[in-house]
Design a binder for this molecule. Sequence first.
Ligand code: ADP
Length: 174
Amino acid sequence: MTVRIEAVQGDITAEQVDAIVNAANSSLLGGGGVDGAIHRAAGPALLAECRRVRQEEYPDGLPTGRAVATGAGDLAARWVIHTVGPDRHRGQTDPALLASCFTESMRVAAALGASSAAFPAISAGVYGWDVEEVASTAVGAVRGLSDDGGAGSVELVRFVLFSPDALAAFEAQL
Ligand code: ADP
């Protein structure tokens, strides 16, 4: 089945989807930007789960380009999928690493049986990537996975962008 791909402007924490993807950092212990917003909206249960995942599965932190799921605390979503985008300020400029955030998050969503997932513009904030490159990489990665039949249960991917500029960048790819 082909994944339907949408782009909207808004706050991802308010999304009514099965899985919300978080642009986390490798500590999984929260941060600024969308990560902070998700933890504030989800409440302490999310941080408690992240601490457990960190201890039990990723004692050295979640590697860049990988993804892991937790419950979603007080959010309307069922799951939060945490992924670590490449940080341009630390020399992580390989688009394959960024594409991996999207494909690995999709694989985790499919493994959970999620039918819908919302993504932010991973790495387009503090991690310093141009939102146009994030948009083309993100849409290309999701389309590619869908065309290869790898999207499993995921029928809808919604990119939720904070700013009009980011929305325009994603709309240009759709
Ligand atoms: P990164 O460290 O991966 O760059 P940031 O959180 O700094 O992550 O930024 C990623 C993108 O998320 C930016 O485009 C930022 O404007 C956006 N963003 C911040 N808060 C929210 C939110 N509540 N909902 C959706 N997008 C958000």
